[in-house]
Ligand binder design. Structure first.
Ligand code: AMP
Length: 114
């Protein structure tokens, strides 16, 4: 069981976020402290997909990381972004602040979402 994090609260819509994409499985929202013109975070929405960190992935949850990468790839393609970075910060030493698995999508190109 994961400790409740700010991203759990975002999924439950208890705190506001700037959502750029959402489906049954994944939520994509703008990073509150963007490091590039496009800087969004992708997280899994289903409780069975909740993982705290890449460091804690198991054979049972490894699909979650691939799901986030595929969604980032599709979003970038849809928005015609051809150059971007995908980052997982892993553990405190890796700069991870929120212990709810999330993928950073950064680009110097704009997502064109206003
Ligand atoms: P990490 O260092 O990988 O754990 O990244 C956490 C990211 O979450 C940072 O880039 C923060 O700017 C971002 N962040 C923290 N709180 C919020 C929030 N309420 N809404 C959007 N992004 C957030």
């Amino acid at each position: 069981m994961l400790e409740d994090t700010i991203f759990h609260k975002i999924i439950r819509k208890e705190i506001p976020s700037d959502i750029v994409y959402e489906d049954d499985d994944v939520l994509v929202f703008k990073d509150i402290n963007p490091k590039a013109p496009t800087h969004v975070l992708l997280i899994a929405k289903k409780p069975e997909d909740f993982v705290s960190s890449i460091a804690d992935l198991t054979d049972e949850t490894a699909h979650v990381s691939l799901m986030l990468i595929r969604k980032a790839q599709k979003l970038a393609k849809e928005k015609r972004i051809d150059g971007y970075q995908l980052k997982f910060h892993v553990g405190k030493g890796g700069g991870q602040e929120v212990f709810f698995l999330h993928l950073h999508l950064l680009s110097q190109q704009s997502l064109g979402l206003g």
